[in-house]
Design a protein around this ligand. Structure first.
Ligand code: URP
Ligand code: ZN
Ligand code: ZN
Length: 474
């Protein structure tokens, strides 16, 4: 379609199989001014770029609602190893076109200052569009109005609260209630890291006293029951505070139970799980030497049986999203800081690049979920929960042209030295050796082709900051 000035369209995608969270049909897509302008059969308009998507799926760009780029974490001076440039480029290569990262409030300081710091980290660097949640570490009564400013002026409408890490990020139950109440009043969403950090710290101290310092003790000191208890408590507090609740990185069947029970009572409780909890399990902590430090993350990896329970949760709709909790640290030089004591191993693992292929593999190719469900849990549900829909997460006229041409048959083995599976700035991949089926071949961000045949051809700074709307239900 040429516009009123007679200019031709940017992009025409021909012959693709369009799959959204609800549709599945054959059509062409015309893109103008960064958005989808027309969807129809056998479109023939002059366009700057024409892509033949025969035999491929055309899906909404992935949305990863949980990344930590350039996050200072653990001991002084340790920072997660992907910054907004390397991290968003790797995300793009994997078929993700939007990420939501986490500015972290410094205790005693303004959340708006934290937001500014994160804007400085991200501005001009991102390959794809990005948005922010806010990690609140300290919220006295007099600071509560900041949350309204964040939501109404800055487009930060969700707030992550920690029940873990006492003395660092932890909020006590009173503070949780205070923040959740304010979130509910302003139409925001409380996101919760649910682990009983107070009990876990006691278990950790005891383990250290007994000389139990190898990486596996990270997992053995953070039992699933303490995640389940915290999920239950967070749901109760959010209920009294009248706030919707989103449980991040839910890792096991025991923690899913209270979510299912709350949803059965029509409570606005939502859940995210991560590829690591769907593909990996606690046998990784039995690896020889210091290898298992690669899997030191919170929550820790669980039993093999938990993996199937989480897939079931995604299939049934009790869990809505798959975020990566991408928080990479180099094995050499960062993870190894904890050689003598597991509490000094920085917590976290990479995954932003491999999420779409992994979930297609374990989900669609292995018969656990439908194609529509794949789109829903990797893109559409996050767009809806986090106030980005229908700008993102949809293939519809007027939506941003964030599109992935996905080859459902391409197989690859994830390896840190395979240039088709690993561009993240980290020296290992937790999914090393796993064969995935399904690959993002062409990735389009607001109408611009940024990945062509698996190669990044975009520029840093292509990605824009997204102000999000308030939570309005799913
Ligand atoms: O181990 C993890 N998950 N690191 C990132 C911080 C968090 O708790 O999400
Ligand atoms: Zn967390
Ligand atoms: Zn996280």
């Amino acid at each position: 379609m040429s516009n009123e000035y007679g200019q031709m369209a940017e992009l025409l995608i021909k012959n693709g199989r369009i799959v959204t969270a609800v549709d599945d049909y054959q059509a062409d897509i015309l893109v103008e001014n960064e958005r989808i302008a027309l969807i129809g059969r056998e479109l023939s308009f002059p366009a700057g770029t024409v892509i033949d998507a025969s035999g491929k799926l055309v899906i909404p760009g992935g949305i990863d609602p949980h990344t930590h780029f350039e996050l200072p974490f653990g001991k002084e001076g340790i920072v997660s190893s992907d910054d907004f440039e390397t991290g968003t480029r790797a995300a793009a290569l994997g078929g993700t076109t939007t990420i939501i990262d986490f500015p972290t409030q410094e205790k005693g300081k303004s959340t708006l200052a934290a937001l500014e710091t994160w804007h400085r980290k991200a501005a001009g660097k991102c390959a794809i569009d990005y948005a922010f949640h806010m990690i609140i570490t300290d919220m006295p009564e007099e600071r509560l109005p900041e949350m309204r400013t964040l939501a109404e002026r800055e487009g930060v409408t969700s707030f992550k609260l920690f029940m873990a890490y006492p003395g660092v990020l932890y909020l006590d139950d009173g503070a949780l209630y205070r923040v959740m109440r304010q979130a509910g009043e302003i139409g925001g969403l409380a996101a919760i890291h649910a682990e009983n950090g107070i009990v876990i710290d006691e278990i950790v101290k005891r383990a250290l006293r007994e000389g139990k310092k190898e990486p596996k003790w990270h997992a053995l000191t953070r039992p699933a029951a303490m995640e389940a208890e915290a999920v239950q408590r967070a749901i109760a507090i959010a209920g009294v505070a009248d706030a919707p609740l989103y449980i991040v990185h839910l890792s096991c069947a025991a923690a899913l139970e209270p979510v299912v029970a709350a949803r059965d009572r029509s409570r606005a409780v939502f859940g995210e799980t991560c590829p690591q909890y769907l593909f990996l399990d606690n046998s990784r902590y039995d690896l020889p030497g210091f290898e298992s430090a690669k899997y030191v993350m919170t929550p820790a990896l669980r039993e093999k049986s938990d993996r199937e329970a989480l897939w079931r949760g995604l299939r049934s709709g009790d869990l809505q999203t798959v975020g990566t909790d991408h928080c990479p640290f180099f094995y050499q030089g960062q993870k190894t800081l904890g050689k003598a004591d597991f509490t000094c191993i920085p917590n976290g693992a990479p995954g932003v690049e491999n999420r779409m292929s992994l979930i297609y593999t374990g989900g669609v190719a292995e018969g656990r979920i439908s194609l529509n469900k794949f789109v829903e849990i990797t893109s559409t549900a996050a767009a809806k929960i986090f106030g980005l829909f229908p700008q993102k997460g949809a293939i519809a006229v007027g939506s941003d042209a964030d599109l992935v041409i996905f080859n459902p048959n391409h197989k690859e083995i994830i390896r840190v030295n395979n240039p088709r599976t690993h561009h993240m700035n980290v020296d290992y991949n937790p999914y090393e050796g796993i064969q995935v089926q399904g690959m993002a071949e062409t990735v389009i961000s607001r109408g611009k082709v940024i990945v062509r045949e698996g190669k990044y051809i975009g520029r840093k700074g292509d990605g824009k900051y997204l102000k999000r709307e308030c939570f309005s239900g799913l």
